[in-house]
Design a protein around this ligand. Sequence first.
Ligand code: NZQ
Ligand code: ZN
Length: 389
Amino acid sequence: MIADFIYNTPTKMFFGKDCVKQLPNVIERYGKNVLMTYGGGSIKKIGLYDKVKELLSGFNIVELSGIEPNPKYDPSVITGAKLCKDNNIDVILAVGGGSVLDCSKAISVCAKYDGEGWDLISEKVKATKSIPVVDIITLAATGSEYDAGCVISNTAINDKRGYVDGILFPACSFLDPKYTFSVSKWQTACGTADAINHVLEQFFAKPHNAFNDGVMISAIRSLMANVKIALEKPSDYDARSELMYVCSLACNGIFSNGSGYSGWPMHAIEHALSAYFDITHGAGLAIITPNWMKEILSENTIERFVTLGKLLFGFENLSDFDMANKVISEFYAFFESIGIPMHLGELGVKADKIEEMADHILENDNTLGEWVYVPLDKAALVRILTASI
Ligand code: NZQ
Ligand code: ZN
């Protein structure tokens, strides 16, 4: 059964080799004044910075650089919004990974708001105006290039906030897989783990249907196979292109049209970890995944595990619970095999913050909400975090 839904992705996607040649035609639609945003310099190393400057030689470009992973409200979003206001910016061009794009999405609304921008990001105030965002995404991971979300950290209050609103869809995204050849093994593994987790967050939902199951299992299979190739051969276009495309779809919502909303509990937990310890998002998720699965495994959820066991891993002739446990071990072994340390302690997370983080999650993400697939109270959150340490 396909449950009722509304679906709309207004982002225009350009995919493939040298698609960025179309950049000037796209940017021109919005105006001449461009805020170009980027991170710590990877785009300079791969020649993309020069390429963009060459393509946009007829435009007025103001730059905001140094956007960090787990992008910060202060200084990046605040500085970007001020640059937009001071320079009458018509369009924001984000060039980089999910962090650069998320920061740019936040800037796009804060620049059109006279109050404190954090009120928009924390959804106290609804944004009504924005500057269009165009992006060239250089890392296959978050799917920010094809979704309506951004995730911004406010270090002053230890908060990492997922802000989702249709106004945040990029106007246009350019995806050229060759710009991901230079992504490190670590980021390749973490980006893939992030996307696998995006699919799992949607797979474990009620109601669900066989069509979506098939699509999601195919997505996970593709991610698992292609990351191995990309780690071995970073410049393998076929593998990088499949990773890039699947990652873009994995967070867009299309995989859960007609299914229930799960509440994205693993993301709720990981965002607290990143807020407190600034860890890499995908690594945190990979570590949490098997422990969250162990926590929610019961007669009520067993069918989801069995479906994964049979359709994704091809297991047979096992009791339901044996199959579920084998699914959990398989995910653990897979994440370990792509180089993710499977204990949070190895990423610098301290056990003495577990209680505080559990309280923070309950306060900010409501893992007990009615919509949550399996509600997690404080004791459950503490168990998951403790098992993950
Ligand atoms: O800063 P630079 O020098 O560009 O280096 C980056 C950064 O150090 C580097 N990198 C990016 N493209 C590269 C490259 N290095 C070599 N070659 C390239 N082509 O990779 C490092 C990590 O970049 P980052 O943008 O932080 O990674 P990612 O794309 O995984 O983004 C992670 C952020 O997105 C959020 C996460 O929480 C985290 O803050 N998420 C956003 C979502 C969304 N908007 O929908 C959903 C996700 O669940 C996630 O929460
Ligand atoms: Zn994620």
